[in-house]
Design a protein around this ligand. Structure first.
Ligand code: PLP
Length: 398
């Protein structure tokens, strides 16, 4: 098959723009006419520094012309009070990194407190990923839940002096996302989070799909690259600079967990994300994707097209549901994800028939996550509206 014959609805790693992959393929063989492939360049050489600085958008102290103008700061309008880091270990490593850095920063704020007690951590658990993050931070397991909607404003109660408030903007497995419309009763209640409490968001599966509401209300926003940004292996961490703290100093005071060096944000920030050998190829491809997104009009354009893709597919599914053929997993419409559309077929043997028919028509990677089953169509940036229309036609025909 050629790429053009296939509609790839993968949940991640996900499809990337073909033009970007073509350029990446050239760079893999011969980057910028150096006679060396991008994976063969030193991460401390001027070529790679040009790539990473161009992606990040703030000089790390090397002066030379950067080839890449595209950058995250421009796309997301990130103020200089935040560091932008390229970390390793995936989104999963951030489950602990966010907690370790926040707790160390808090300990340093309470330096002279001889009876220091660690704070309560508030987690908004809306699906599989926030459950995992919660279980990693607290010695408890969360109640299993079917996660078919979001809480409403009056269901939240945040701890006044919590160590952090954590939420996952888009639950990739369940297909639940906080609505962009801030007037929705299901919108994340930013105004209810106590002002001094660091707000942390996992944006892994909705990063760069549309603007981030209230970016400056957050202390940390992180996202694994492998949905809308690039290949797996790099995780973007946008962190407010007051959280770049010397964790060794906090550990000396006691009352905080041990922080492995790979988890400390300050080390990464002080070294321009080059403390140790970074995943150079994923960073390179991510830099190309950022340039591509900027040249295509940035996040407002993506919001419009991604909103339309989701609207088309849910409308088709709702009609098929009325005909008794399928059932959307997320019952509350305003809590439905734009990126991961989850549904089930109705009737014995129907799921296999749906997926087999889909496969024959060129649709790929539509099977739901192994933990929940069903069907999941992921509509990341590189999935075209034509692919979505084609899928809608198959649902109607089914
Ligand atoms: N958070 C979300 C929302 C995810 O979708 C994923 C993975 O798909 C993760 C965290 C875990 O990321 P990783 O697999 O990079 O560790």
């Amino acid at each position: 098959h050629s790429r053009t014959e296939i509609h790839n609805f993968a949940a991640g790693p996900s499809p990337l723009p073909t033009s970007v992959l073509e350029e990446a393929a050239r760079g893999l063989l011969n980057y910028g006419n150096t006679g060396m492939g991008v994976c063969e360049l030193s991460h401390r050489g001027k070529e790679f520094k040009g790539i990473i600085e161009g992606a990040e958008g703030e000089s790390v102290g090397v002066s030379h012309s950067t080839r890449r103008e595209a950058n995250l700061r421009k796309l997301l309008n990130i103020p200089s009070s935040y560091a932008v880091l390229f970390a390793q270990g995936g989104g999963t490593t951030q489950f602990s990194s966010v907690v370790l850095n926040v707790l160390a920063a808090r300990r340093l704020q309470h330096r002279s407190d001889s009876e220091y007690t660690p704070p309560v951590l508030d987690y908004v658990v809306t699906g599989s990923w926030s459950s995992k993050a919660y279980s990693e931070a607290q010695p408890a397991t969360t109640k299993p839940s079917s996660f078919t909607t979001l809480p409403k404003r009056d269901e939240y109660s945040f701890t006044k002096d919590a160590g952090l408030v954590y939420y996952c903007e888009n639950e990739t497995i369940n297909g639940i996302e906080f609505p962009l419309d801030q007037s929705s009763p299901y919108a994340f209640p930013f105004d209810l989070v106590p002002e001094n409490v660091p707000l942390v968001a996992d944006y892994s599966s909705s990063f760069l799909s549309r603007p981030i509401p209230n970016l400056e209300r957050h202390a940390i926003i992180y996202a694994g690259a492998q949905k809308n940004l690039g290949p797996s292996g790099v995780t973007v961490v946008i962190v407010r600079k007051d959280l770049l703290v010397d964790t060794a100093e906090a550990m000396k005071l006691g009352g905080v967990p041990v922080v492995p060096i790979q988890n400390e944000y300050k080390i990464l920030a002080d070294n321009g994300s080059l403390y140790n050998t970074p995943p150079t190829f994923p960073i390179y491809v991510s830099a190309l994707v950022l340039e591509h997104l900027l040249s295509r009009g940035g996040l407002d354009g993506l919001r419009d097209i991604n909103g339309e893709k989701a609207r088309l597919l849910y409308e088709t599914l709702d009609a098929a549901e009325r005909d008794g053929k399928v059932r959307c997993v997320v019952r509350e419409k305003e809590a439905r994800s734009w990126m991961n559309v989850t549904f089930e077929t109705v009737g014995e043997g129907k799921e296999k028939a749906f997926l087999d028919g889909a496969e024959a028509r060129g649709f790929r990677q539509l099977k739901g996550h192994r933990s929940v089953g069903g069907i999941r169509a992921s509509l990341y940036n590189a999935v075209t509206i034509d692919s979505v229309r084609a899928l809608c036609e198959w649902i109607k025909a089914f």
